[in-house]
Design a protein around this ligand. Structure first.
Ligand SMILES: [Zn+2]
Length: 240
């Protein structure tokens, strides 16, 4: 067994144990960059002894991430205690390094009623370590972005559907701490038929007619013939 740190150094480094355990729990890799970040977050200079000892603690805690029995956990706690860490600190660290339960916000996605062809997107924030996300429906595309410290953003992109169609699916999130299901619903409908009679703003003479087939407004004034996708976006034939 390698020599323990002297007590003053150990006490200086001890605040780094908790963030280290949380990194391990998140399934993040414990590389030099991570160790340096942890050291600076607890105000310890990036000296070799500190980096080496923190790396050693990290290697021990990595085993806690997959430990399932009490005997395994006790053995890992003993390894930390052999480095001079107290019983209570080692128990807490081993607990924190284990997979944490998954949680997700929001817990469901309701894209509501969309117009035909219209897509939509949403973002899930998943906490509790690294996750895999799967979905059955090919209208849904998922992009995962790790935010560190066990937080993953899942960008959900819905591609447009046709009128009368609906989507009911679930995003399945799987992590070390279990599995979660996020229901997703959407439907596509023709917009309610706009009011039939509105005065044309181009000629101010005749009403506009909503051409349901071509989905555009048309001025009923034969001298005007303005048309467009909405009453404030009318264009006359010679202007096109
Ligand atoms: Zn007109």
């Amino acid at each position: 067994m390698e020599e323990q740190l002297p007590e003053d150094k150990l006490n200086k480094l001890l605040p780094a144990l908790r963030p280290l355990a949380e990194y391990v729990s998140a399934g993040d890799t414990i590389d030099r960059r991570t160790l340096l970040d942890i050291l600076s977050s607890v105000g310890v200079d990036r000296e070799d002894w500190a980096l080496q000892e923190l790396q050693r603690w990290g290697n021990i805690l990595m085993k806690a991430h997959s430990a399932s029995t009490d005997a395994e956990k006790n053995a890992i706690e003993s390894e930390l205690q052999n480095r001079g860490i107290s019983i209570s600190h080692s128990q807490l660290a081993v607990f924190l390094a284990g997979p944490q339960p998954l949680s997700v916000e929001p817990q469901y996605i309701d894209f509501g009623c969309l117009t035909p062809g219209q897509g939509a997107d949403a973002t899930l924030t998943v906490s509790g370590g690294s996750v895999k996300a799967t979905v059955r429906n090919n209208r849904l595309k998922l992009t995962l972005l790790s935010r560190g410290s066990g937080v993953t953003l899942v960008k959900v992109i819905l591609s447009g559907g046709s009128a009368g169609k609906s989507l009911r699916d679930s995003i399945i999130l799987q992590g070390g701490g279990g599995e979660l299901e996020v229901p997703v619903v959407a439907r596509w409908e023709e917009p309610l038929r706009p009011p039939r009679l509105q005065v044309c703003r181009r000629c101010n003479e005749k009403s506009l007619f909503w051409n349901f087939v071509d989905k555009k407004y048309e001025c009923l004034n034969l001298k005007c013939k303005a048309e467009g996708p909405s009453p404030d976006k009318l264009v006359r034939p010679h202007e096109r």
